[in-house]
Design a protein around this ligand. Structure first.
Ligand code: DX5
Ligand code: ZN
Length: 220
């Protein structure tokens, strides 16, 4: 399967949101990653339903919505209604992980679960059978542009083994500090989907060139 690249719109210029999303789409992005933060689960506040709706109107690729909010089960259906194709919740953010995953699927989207860097990987195991996406955080969620936590490679290899054993259909996504320097190694270690924010939007070069460089790093 071809590795998917999901640019994180959090690093885009928000005064030109439509253009930035369309540039990512034209450059061959597979999904557009949308980081929703509530100022409680993480120390930052970003965007919500109206931004997802607006992106849906201007962008044809699937919206991959990453909810960094407490009690995500209260909001997942509205994000699907707003246009999310994938909705990912954090296991640390709710006592009702399985219920939230069911709500996402019943609403017609793919269901993802994410774990912070220090959360035991076992937390994926019992729900792997009903997971479309397992999102491994390789930074502490809250901000773009942080340094990749190197230990994530080991977690990724273990997650890959767990996924292959329990549900080969689950996609593994890595989020945080992904760049042209580590993209190839991440795919070798087991990533199916790479999220990249600052590496795609923050650089002086164009979105197309940044994304193209990551894509070609995967070819070697
Ligand atoms: C972090 C977010 C990430 C982030 C990625 O809390 O979930 O998606 O925007 O940004 P980079 O690629 O710059 O680490
Ligand atoms: Zn994210």
């Amino acid at each position: 399967m071809m590795t998917k690249i999901a640019p994180s719109i959090l690093s885009a210029d928000f005064s030109r949101l439509a253009e930035e999303a369309q540039a990512a789409e034209r450059a061959g992005a597979d999904w557009l990653h949308v980081d929703v933060m509530d100022g409680r689960f993480v120390p930052n506040i970003t965007m919500g339903f109206v931004v997802v709706e607006a992106l849906k109107r201007v962008c044809g690729i699937p919206l991959d919505v990453h909810l960094m909010v407490v009690e995500p089960e209260r909001y997942v259906e509205r994000f699907v209604a707003a246009g999310a194709s994938v909705v990912t919740i954090h296991a640390e953010a709710t006592p009702h992980v399985q219920r939230a995953l069911q709500l996402i699927r019943a609403a017609g989207a793919k269901a993802g679960l994410s774990l912070n860097p220090a959360t035991p990987l076992d937390w994926f195991a019992d729900v792997m059978g009903e997971l479309d996406l397992a999102l491994l955080m390789s930074v502490n969620p809250g901000f773009a542009g942080q340094k990749f936590i190197h230990r994530s490679f080991d977690r990724l290899r273990r997650l890959r083994e767990m996924r292959d054993r329990l549900n080969p259909r689950t996609l593994i996504e890595v989020d945080g500090g992904v760049s042209v320097a580590n993209a190839g190694e991440l795919v070798e270690a087991g990533a199916d989907v790479l999220v990249a924010g600052s590496a795609i939007f923050n650089d002086r070069a164009s979105v197309a060139r940044n994304l193209g460089e990551i894509r070609s790093a995967l070819a070697h």
